[in-house]
Design a binder for this molecule. Structure first.
Ligand SMILES: [Ca+2]
Ligand SMILES: [Ca+2]
Ligand SMILES: [Ca+2]
Length: 301
C-alpha cells in the first residue's frame, strides 16, 4: 500500500474557513483546517483506494479482481461481489447509485463518495449527527474542505463512475463518539443517499453498516451488515486473530426518535478478510443492543 499527499488548500482558503467556522461551531467538530490531503494511493487506478481494496479483499494491483470485465468499483456500486464472476449480459439494469465509505490515513479520516451515473451527480449535501445534534454542513464549508474528484469509465454501456474524496480530522470525529455521517444528492436527477455510522470501541473508530461491505458473508435473509475497523493499518483493540475481521448481524428492533434506532446483535463471528483483524471486543454477545443514528431515515421523514 502506498500513501500519497498533495497540498490542496491555500492558506487564504484556510483563513476563510477558520473565520467561517468560528461562527458555526457545531460544524467545526467535523471540519479539517489542515492544508494537507493525505490518502492511500489507488495503485490500479480503478477508483478504490488501496485501503478500501483491502477491506473488500480485492486486488490493489488489478482493477477487475474477478476478471468479469466489471471493475472493482463498478461492482461495489452495482452491489455485485467483486470477487465473484458476474455475467454482464444477465445483470439487472443498473440504477443511479451513491455510496459513501471511509478509512483512516495517518491523522485523517478519508471520506470517499462514489456514484454510478449516466449523466451527472450534483447538489451533494453532507450531514452529521450524534445523539444530541443533527446538522447539515453548510455548502460553503463543504466546498472549502480539502477534496479530490475523479471520473472513471465503466464497462456498463452508457455509465460512468465518479469518486469524490474529502478528508476530516480523525481526532475530531472520534471526539463525537457514536455518530453518523450522511450524504444525499441527485444522480441523473434521482435522489440518492447513503450514510456511515461510527462506533467507538476501546477508543478505536469502527464503521458499522447494515448492509454492504461484509454482506456477502451473510445469508440473504439475515439482513446482515458488519462492524469493522476504519483504520486499515493497525493499532486495533483486542486483536484476537490476525487476518480475520469481526462481522456482526444487526437487526433493527426499535426506533428511539430523533433519528436514533436500537439494533440487536443477532449474529456475531470472525471471518477472513486479507489484512483485517478480529476483535475480541466486537465478537460480543448475541442479544446485545446498540444505538445507531439513521441519517438517511431522518432525511426521508
Ligand atoms: Ca484500486
Ligand atoms: Ca482493484
Ligand atoms: Ca469484476
Amino acid at each position: 500500500m502506498e500513501i500519497k499527499s498533495s497540498l490542496i488548500a491555500s492558506s487564504a482558503t484556510i483563513a476563510a474557513l477558520v473565520v467561517l467556522l468560528s461562527d458555526q461551531l457545531p460544524h467545526a467538530e467535523l471540519v479539517a483546517n489542515n492544508s494537507t490531503f493525505l490518502t492511500f494511493s489507488d495503485v490500479d487506478g480503478d477508483g478504490l483506494d488501496d485501503a478500501l481494496e483491502a477491506r473488500w479483499g480485492c486486488s490493489d494491483v488489478n482493477p477487475d479482481s474477478d476478471g468479469d470485465t466489471l471493475s472493482d468499483l463498478d461492482e461495489i456500486l452495482l452491489g455485485t461481489d467483486p470477487l465473484e464472476f458476474d455475467d454482464l449480459i444477465r445483470l439487472d439494469p443498473p440504477q443511479a447509485t451513491m455510496k459513501i465509505d471511509s478509512y483512516v490515513c495517518d491523522t485523517d479520516l478519508v471520506i470517499q463518495i462514489m456514484t454510478l451515473q449516466q449523466f451527472s451527480t450534483n447538489n451533494i449535501r453532507f450531514y452529521w449527527a450524534d445523539a444530541a445534534t443533527f446538522a447539515e454542513v453548510p455548502r460553503a464549508t463543504l466546498m472549502g474542505l480539502p477534496a479530490e474528484r475523479h471520473n472513471y469509465t465503466s464497462v456498463i454501456p452508457g455509465y460512468s463512475t465518479q469518486v469524490i474524496k474529502i478528508v476530516l480530522p480523525l481526532h475530531k470525529v472520534k471526539a463525537l463518539g457514536n455518530m453518523a455521517i450522511g450524504i444525499e444528492g441527485y444522480t441523473d436527477g434521482i435522489a440518492v443517499g447513503d450514510q456511515i455510522r461510527f462506533v467507538l470501541i476501546a477508543s478505536e473508530l469502527m464503521e458499522w453498516r447494515d448492509t454492504g461491505v461484509f454482506s456477502r458473508y451473510h445469508a440473504a435473509s439475515s439482513g446482515g451488515g458488519g462492524l469493522f475497523p476504519v483504520d486499515p493499518l493497525g493499532n486495533m483493540p483486542d486483536e484476537a486473530t490476525a487476518g480475520e475481521v469481526c462481522v456482526q448481524t444487526l437487526q433493527e428492533v426499535a426506533s428511539l426518535g430523533n433519528g436514533q434506532k436500537l439494533f440487536q446483535v443477532s449474529d456475531s463471528y470472525c471471518d477472513y478478510l486479507p489484512t483485517a483483524q478480529c476483535f475480541v471486543g466486537c465478537a460480543g454477545a448475541v442479544g446485545d443492543t446498540l444505538v445507531g443514528i439513521d441519517i438517511v431515515g431522518l432525511l426521508a421523514n
